[in-house]
Design a protein around this ligand. Sequence first.
Ligand code: AMP
Ligand code: ZN
Length: 470
Amino acid sequence: MRLFNTLTRTEEDFVPADGKTVRMYTCGLTVYARGHIGNFRTFISLDVLRRALRHQEGYGMRHVMNFTDVDDKTINASQQAGVSLREYTDRYIQAFREDCAALGLESVEENPRATDEANLKAMVDMIGQLTARGHTYESDGSTYFRIATLPEYGKLARLDHEGIQAGARVDSDEYDKEDARDFVLWKATKEGEPTWDYGCGPGRPGWHIECSAMALRLLGDGPIDIHGGGIDLIFPHHENEIAQAEGATGRQFSRFWVHVEFLKLAHEKMSKSLGNVYSLQDIIDRGFRPSSLRFLLISVHYRKQLTFSFDILAQADAALTRLTDFLARLERATEGEAHPAIAERVAAARAEFRAMIASDLNVPGGLGVMFELLREMNAAIDAKGMSADDAALIRDAFEEFDRVLGVIALRRAEDSAPPFPADEIDALIEERRLARRNRRFARADEIRKDLEARGILLEDSATGTRWKRK
Ligand code: AMP
Ligand code: ZN
């Protein structure tokens, strides 16, 4: 498979180092708020990468995605909410797991939390290794990474060393390229902040050390095969992760770096700090389904920006409906004639789809292959129906495509599960029946409309009322 590597700024052949199992680390959510759909563009794109490596290329996976449950943002937010850091971040970890399930993300092999003891100890150990190799210094109880000790510093973000001020320090977790400085590895205790002491003095980790330490603890010695995240993480986060891991071990950290472009909203980056975010729940509240969002987020190449709007979400929904309608038509059209050319046509489409995905995850190209096949097969059914064998061939092909995309199966799972508890729907149907019997038609109509707004259509018949998803 060909994959664009941010480290070399070129597309390269990707094969895991041992030829069998991909060791991959992706930066997870900072759990100070509910993940927004921009975050999910990155997580879903990396899920498609995982699926392609696993189901198409046939590799085993050892995939780690962390939770950043201690950093400047989580601490501030938990203080404002007046609850402990652990209790506060627990909520958003739970919400994230629910959102991931609703969006059809495969679970990964490990989801470490930065504040788990084994991870904090691994961070402190890594800082110890960095100190032993002369990369650190202390100031006011905090430990810093001295970037002047690593001539390669800046290789991922392509920093110009001229502009870097030697000896100047930065304490915050996030800063700009122009502000490249010695960064903090372990922050001295501050009043009211959680604090740990495993050998770097009382304090807490900086954000960057968390990922380097957890990646190597859980995936083993570098180089790992792939490290990924959103494009905003290239600097400083990933640059600093490289400095820490390579400074501590003298070995390359990751062979490939994969970065997903932004989801934007009205030409701005969608971000929690700008406040212009939608959560998955906001999307659902507007009457859209998670599968439609997933379809939209994968339908643009992961290295291109995507500007979100409800109009394009509606288009994504329509496209996905076309796919599932076609597959339903295929189920019904098994009484027709055999088309001798279909086996070859389907085999060609499978090969084209695989080639698209193997070409730096060209999902839009893959979708193009699927919709072209759909058009031709619809025409074939129009002409002379379809035999059960032909229909099965086509269905198998779409199942293979969907193992990588994960969107048709998600839609089907939604179809077979009500968007809210079935008991509640049944109770409303009963209330409507009674309202009608008592000639309170306005109320009966209101119930039907409310249910429709929540994605449920009612069908009345002689034997009673049934519901189905819109
Ligand atoms: P954070 O919780 O801020 O650490 O972000 C979690 C992941 O979402 C990181 O990989 C970010 O790069 C990514 N991310 C944040 N905002 C966006 C966005 N608007 N579009 C795509 N990815 C994003
Ligand atoms: Zn990270």
